[in-house]
Design a protein around this ligand. Structure first.
Ligand code: KG4
Ligand code: ZN
Length: 337
């Protein structure tokens, strides 16, 4: 590796995955992820436990990324990190580490917006969407429709006004007695269930916005009433319940996506974020894309949930235009796209 190569180490610590990746000249060499299982029994991420786990895992994860890339720290051109949005304590671990390394090595620091990075995960491998495209970003903390005009030029055209869709998956899963994160478990049980077995509400918000808080309350009262009649109601109907909840959530996502694509007259459509790993959503989108003649882009599973490869990709584009941060940079829990 010569001095002309752009070698960036990227770290991600916004929520409950500690991750590091190395990218050389725009090509991601690795993506090391340490998933925190400590939150499973709490039904959600416990912020203090997440920060402690990041603190414990970050250095080993970075060392593995550096060594498996076959480079040494003095070959780094820059260090990138997630500035936000995310949990303050979790972000602080990554930001502090990145600042210290940049200062020690005298290399530029690159801050990355986590939501922008989820979308740029589409540029890690081929096929890559051409501009403009609409990306539906669906994660545990966000649900956004984004018009992507260029790698670093994106506009939010619609978003949730309350809970994120991942949160709706996780919270309804908790009501069903499933462990956190419940999204993948709902996905798995839904495969054996009938999506029409039960009807849950499809909330319609104005314009391109979403609301996912209603379904949680609807499921709560529905289960309360059914459990009064039959205490084994959940166990006996778990697959149908999961399939029906998932069906409503997917319908809500697709209604606004169709509207967004029609309004902005694009042909290229992408999804990103943790919930884009959902097999029901992938299948429904595949059918819709065929029907509507869209070019559909779905990232590899590895790049759907939180990872540093996507942070590295975003950092590469920022490096090319010299967009660096100062050593005074601080995390932004509510960073806007
Ligand atoms: O993007 P992500 O890893 O973290 C955030 O930035 O929030 O997304 C995590 C979310 C969680 O709510 C999790 O339940 C959901 O993605 N998720 C899924 C699936 N895999 C992850 N939801 C439904 N089906 C899945 N297969
Ligand atoms: Zn995320």
């Amino acid at each position: 590796m010569g001095t002309n190569n752009i070698v960036i180490l990227a770290i991600e610590s916004s929520c409950d995955e500690t991750s590091a990746a190395v990218i050389v000249d725009g090509k991601v060499l690795n993506n090391i992820v340490a998933t925190q299982s400590v939150h499973e029994k709490y039904g959600g991420v416990v912020p203090e436990l997440a920060s402690r786990a990041h603190q414990e895992n970050l250095i080993p994860v970075v060392q593995e990324a550096i060594s498996s890339a076959g480079i040494s720290k003095d070959q780094l051109s820059a260090i990138a990190f997630t500035r936000g949005p995310g949990l303050m304590g979790s972000l602080l671990v990554g930001v502090s580490f990145a600042k210290a390394l940049a200062y020690a090595r005298g290399i530029p620091l690159i801050e990355v917006n986590h939501m922008q990075a989820h979308i740029l995960a589409h540029f890690i491998d081929a096929p890559q969407p051409s501009f403009p495209f609409i990306c539906l970003t669906v994660s545990g903390g966000h649900t956004q429709l984004v018009l992507v005009k260029d790698h670093l030029d994106m506009t939010v055209i619609g978003e949730t006004q309350d809970d994120a869709v991942g949160e709706a998956f996780d919270k309804t899963a908790k009501l069903l007695g499933l462990l956190y994160p419940g999204g993948p478990l709902i996905d798995r049980h839904a495969k054996n269930g009938n999506p029409k077995a039960f009807t849950f509400p499809i909330t319609r918000m104005p314009e391109l916005n979403y609301s996912f808080s209603g379904i949680k309350t609807a499921v709560l009262y529905f289960l309360r009433d059914e459990l009064r009649e039959n205490p084994n109601f959940i166990e006996e109907n778990l697959s149908d319940l999961c399939a029906s909840i998932q069906f409503s959530l997917i319908q809500m996502l697709l209604i606004k996506l169709k509207l967004a694509v029609a309004e902005h007259q694009v042909k290229n459509v992408a999804i990103a974020g943790g919930v884009s790993a959902n097999s029901g959503l992938r299948e429904a989108l595949g059918q819709l894309a065929k029907e509507k003649n869209w070019n559909l882009f779905i990232p590899e599973f590895e790049y759907c949930t939180d990872n540093a490869a996507m942070i590295a990709m975003a950092a590469h584009y920022k490096y090319l235009i010299g967009e660096f941060s100062s050593l005074e940079v601080t995390p932004l829990a509510k960073m806007k796209l």
